[in-house]
Design a binder for this molecule. Structure first.
Ligand code: NAP
Ligand code: ZN
Length: 374
């Protein structure tokens, strides 16, 4: 067993100003990587004011799209090199945070180009990275992975390098004003991380400290935050305390997968996001119940634990909750067949499931999770 996560992690109100010196010590010229608008929720202003007070010049790249492409990261890295930045700060959801990880690699040496994102090069020392999450799902601030869109392969995949952040500054106040759909989709992503980690072939009693605790936190959130009827129109009202709990649960999900990686629902989600534009958390969430059913046929006690931690009596009840909150996704029979074929060939991800799966089991996970049309 091994437990390793070298991120200096702070989760608290006014996190950035409280830990200004931990941020400023990372370098002398900062390159900020963020999305198009979300950092206007105060996170970017908080970072800039700390840098200004510390006398650290900075440049901002604010063009990271959802599910960031290799091409965007290459462009950002060019700007970082031109600015001669010696550290990077990612602000936003998982997309800007993952793009920032790629920039840390690409901007570490002016001789590197796009090809290094396709094939791992030895001897790369990424620039130091700080992360400020503004969504409550990916846990990217504590995971070593950066998930990018590879248009060349028509899908998403982890880049071939691991980049841990030097410092993660997590503050629930940046969730204020986030739309309900974003809160639900991203917290279901955190849920997927926790379940997939707990049920992973790499799960052990050390890393289950994270997944089991995170699942229990998630169960409490489900009963308080998400308890309202779907027909109510006024949206979610999150208090500052709830926002902090959402962020904590998300970061714990990240700590869990930083030890085990993700599993089949994530592998199944990537094609759905790429081909159908389904947001990441939703694309993972809709596969969770069918995946747990497969697992339960081979080891019911682990999935009973998961349901117990979450406060569900059964996988069926859990699956109904997911459908009520995420809705359904339709694809054609031909698309479902192509996705199943892709997963059957993904031996790396299949190895994260602790039991052998038949091709019919893989097909069943798709047919049970999606609405299949002709
Ligand atoms: P996201 O793609 O980063 O952001 C989704 C949308 O939400 C964007 O339009 C974004 O605006 C907006 N947004 C972000 N924070 C907001 C806020 N506080 N208020 C209002 N709007 C806000 O979403 P995400 O689900 O956090 O990240 C998904 C990505 O993370 C996927 O690419 C996924 O594969 C990856 N991921 C990575 C890991 C990992 O370990 N590295 C784990 C799981 C998922 P902007 O346009 O301004 O950004
Ligand atoms: Zn995820």
């Amino acid at each position: 067993m091994k437990l390793f996560n070298p991120v200096k992690l702070f989760i608290e109100h006014d996190c950035i100003s409280n830990h200004a010196s931990d941020l400023c010590v990372l370098g002398s010229r900062a390159f900020i990587v963020t999305g198009r608008s979300s950092a206007s929720n105060g996170s970017l202003a908080d970072v800039c004011s700390v840098l200004e007070a510390g006398g650290i010049p900075y440049a901002i790249f604010n063009a990271v799209e959802e599910n960031p492409s290799v091409e965007t990261c290459v462009q950002a890295a060019k700007e970082s090199l031109a600015f001669q930045a010696d550290f990077v700060i990612g602000i936003g959801g998982g997309s800007p945070l993952d793009a920032a990880k790629a920039v840390c690699v690409l901007a570490s040496d002016a001789a590197l180009d796009e090809s290094c994102m396709y094939e791992k090069l030895p001897g790369i020392t990424p620039l130091p990275l700080a992360a400020v999450p503004t969504t409550c799902g990916t846990g990217s601030e504590v995971t070593p992975n950066g998930v990018l869109t590879y248009h060349r392969f028509h899908t998403k995949s982890s880049m071939p390098y691991t980049v841990f952040t030097a410092i993660a500054l997590v503050d629930g106040k940046y969730l204020a004003g986030a739309p309900e759909s974003l809160l639900i989709n991203t917290s279901v992503d955190a849920l997927a991380h926790l379940i997939e980690s707990y049920l992973s072939a790499k799960a052990d009693s050390l890393n289950r400290m994270y997944s089991s605790y995170g699942l229990q936190l998630w169960g409490i959130l489900k009963d308080t935050l998400f308890a309202r009827e779907a027909s109510e129109e006024e949206g979610l009202h999150i208090t500052a305390a709830m926002a902090q709990q959402l962020m904590l649960t998300s970061t714990i999900g990240g700590l869990a997968i930083s030890h085990t990686g993700t599993s089949l629902p994530h592998a199944m989600s990537y094609g759905l996001t790429y081909e159908k534009g389904i947001p990441h958390g939703k694309a993972c969430g809709i596969f969770l119940a069918a995946y747990m059913e497969q697992y339960a046929r081979r080891n019911p006690s682990d999935t009973e634990d998961v349901c117990f931690f979450l406060g569900f009596d059964s996988i069926e009840e859990f699956g109904q909750w997911i459908t009520d909150h995420l809705g359904t996704v339709s694809i054609t029979k031909a698309e479902a067949a192509a996705f199943a074929e892709g997963l059957a060939q993904n031996t790396g991800k299949l190895a994260t499931f602790p039991f052998a799966l038949e091709y019919a089991d893989i097909q069943e996970m798709y047919t049970k999770s999606l609405k299949i049309t002709e």
